[in-house]
Design a protein around this ligand. Sequence first.
Ligand SMILES: Nc1ncnc2c1ncn2[C@@H]1O[C@H](COP(=O)(O)OP(=O)(O)OP(=O)(O)O)[C@@H](O)[C@H]1O
Ligand SMILES: [Mg+2]
Length: 264
Amino acid sequence: MDRITKAVKRAREERETVVGYRQHADKSLRGREIQSRKIQISPDTLRENRITIDGINDSCSHAYKVLRTRVWQQMRAHGWNTLGITSANAGEGKSLTAINLAVGLAKMDVAQSIVLVDLDMRRPSLHSYFGFWPEVGISDYLQGAVSFSEILVEPDIGKITLLPGNMPFANSSEIISSARMQRLLNEIKANFPSRLVIFDLPPMLLTDDVMVFAPNVDAMLFVIEEGASTSEEITRAIELLKDVELLGTVLNKSEDVSLGEGYY
Ligand SMILES: Nc1ncnc2c1ncn2[C@@H]1O[C@H](COP(=O)(O)OP(=O)(O)OP(=O)(O)O)[C@@H](O)[C@H]1O
Ligand SMILES: [Mg+2]
């Protein structure tokens, strides 16, 4: 059983981590406040899953700070507020990068809400990193089973709101291009007027989901696990993104410590 499966199992056993419901701080454009499910995450869960909070995982925290600052500067300079995170192949570190970026941005002294969205619908995983199991997730919303506010989760880390997936969803590219997806994006816009949205996406070369979704993001961040994908695969994946702004690349799991604080 891999570490994430174990984490999910443990989280299921330990349920409930929910500690209450909170009116969201970012009052919606409609003038009403939405509720999100507030959860508490233990420092052990964060540490075990490599989520970098100040004072925890110090060896990594500087690299993620550099990344978040550069991303923030680029997003602000271009007036962008939606960022997709992808890679050529599976397992290169998209989800962990998305989370640590969101956590870093949420800790910055800026007024924006950070909305972290699990759009890897075939293999949703963000909830596992936070150590909880969502009863409902994005695929339930996209199928019309629940409302927008029912899928919002607020971990007790800065100003992050998480839109988790739960069960894997096979026909993801159809649902990603659906009217309901546009409605989800409109809900995010309407309910988080001051927002920076990070979409954790699937790998480029295994499905067409990213190509289908790409027109909805302002820019893309491309994660490369050192030594994992071939240069041909990386080139092919980046070519597929030719119509999308590429904010940058993250070299992940690098053995070269001299890159320092590298990654980016
Ligand atoms: N910088 C890193 N250092 C050490 N381990 C890492 C690093 N980045 C990711 N990992 C680990 O690698 C594994 C895959 O990471 P992650 O889930 O972020 O990849 P992914 O690209 O989202 O995968 P998938 O394509 O399956 O969604 C996880 O076990 C994660 O903890
Ligand atoms: Mg992932």
